[in-house]
Design a protein around this ligand. Structure first.
Ligand code: DON
Length: 308
């Protein structure tokens, strides 16, 4: 990147950081997982890795947070690695237009979830990724994948968050049992959900998450964790389904593939240019980070990054 682009990025990051610090309406922290309800909503961090490998951050970019549904991207990469296109007989590739935890479509669609990023779809993906292995082995593989992608071994699962969600995850149990009744879950719901809740409880900082997203940039010199064709397809699913019933709005405002989590994190990919992680715990009405979305909207517009 040229010196003037570096200057522009520094200016934009400073502006985003200052605006986030001054923002009064920060959205609402998720409270259906008790352990997450206690997170301080005043926090905000953002980190960008560019195609030249340089990393640029602002705010609380070194504070670990619960990546929650952002983990579904890594789980999908692993499940596709294990099953290839056979995965698509068990989960679709269409936006749902419904909340992340909705059960509505499953009844009319034979227990086959619309896409791998809504909860029902992600539970099927985890079930498929288990592929006869114990949850502990799958979680070990998931951590190895994320650590290799981020080039950082200091990435762990927060057991208290996983426990907290296990105790209150009645909706996910309902989804899993319903899909099992349709023959679309190979393992006992308790087993698959045990793996799924721990997967969601991975903690990362923005700097780690931005580095972990490098394998989706499709740029030379970045870690190659999956084949290039698969990188394009995962990005396509992030663009169309990564923000649930807010996916169209995110694509309209930001113009880049992104995957959000109820912990307030979002991983955003500017293909060929950047991997971006943003975190602010307060959520908007669709359950996506409010300040995080605003920040990447500004970043993409000011830097001229868009897939369109
Ligand atoms: O399954 C759940 O409800 C959470 N572990 C993850 C949901 C989530 O992150 C939805 N994202 N906005």
């Amino acid at each position: 990147m040229t010196a003037s682009q570096a200057e522009l990025l520094a200016e934009v990051l400073a502006e985003i950081g200052a605006r986030a610090a001054a923002e009064a309406d920060r959205g609402r922290v998720a409270d259906y997982i008790p352990e997450l309800a206690a997170i301080d909503p005043s926090q905000f961090g953002l980190s960008v890795v560019l195609a030249d490998g340089s990393q640029h951050s602002v705010g609380d970019a070194e504070v670990p947070f619960s990546i929650q549904s952002v983990s579904k991207v890594f789980a999908l990469a692993i499940a596709l690695g294990r099953l290839g296109d056979r995965l698509w007989s068990r989960v679709g590739r269409e936006p749902s237009g419904l909340a992340f935890n909705s059960i509505l479509q499953l009844e009319h669609e034979q227990g086959i979830p619309r896409n791998p990023f809504i909860n029902a779809g992600a539970i099927v993906v985890t079930d498929a990724a288990l592929a006869g292995h114990a949850p502990r082995e799958y979680l070990g593989e998931l951590l190895r994948f994320i650590r290799a992608a981020a080039s950082d071994d200091d990435i762990h699962i927060n057991d208290a968050v996983a426990r907290s969600e296990t105790e209150t995850g009645h909706r996910n149990f309902a989804l899993a049992h319903y899909m099992r009744s349709h023959g679309n879950l190979e393992n006992a719901p308790e087993l698959t959900l045990g793996a799924y809740f721990h997967q969601c409880a991975v903690e990362m900082t923005c700097t780690q998450l931005a580095r972990a997203g490098r394998f989706l940039m499709g740029a030379p010199g970045m870690p190659r964790m999956v084949a290039p064709g698969r990188v394009r397809r995962i990005n396509a699913l992030m663009l169309t389904c990564g923000h649930y019933d807010g996916s169209g709005d995110f694509a309209y405002r930001v113009g880049l593939p992104g995957k959000s989590g109820v912990g307030g994190g979002i991983l955003v990919i500017a293909p060929g240019r950047a991997s971006i992680a943003v975190w602010s715990p307060g959520l908007n009405a669709q359950g996506n980070s409010k300040l995080g979305t605003e920040a990447v909207e500004t970043l993409a517009r000011r830097m001229g990054w868009s897939v369109f």
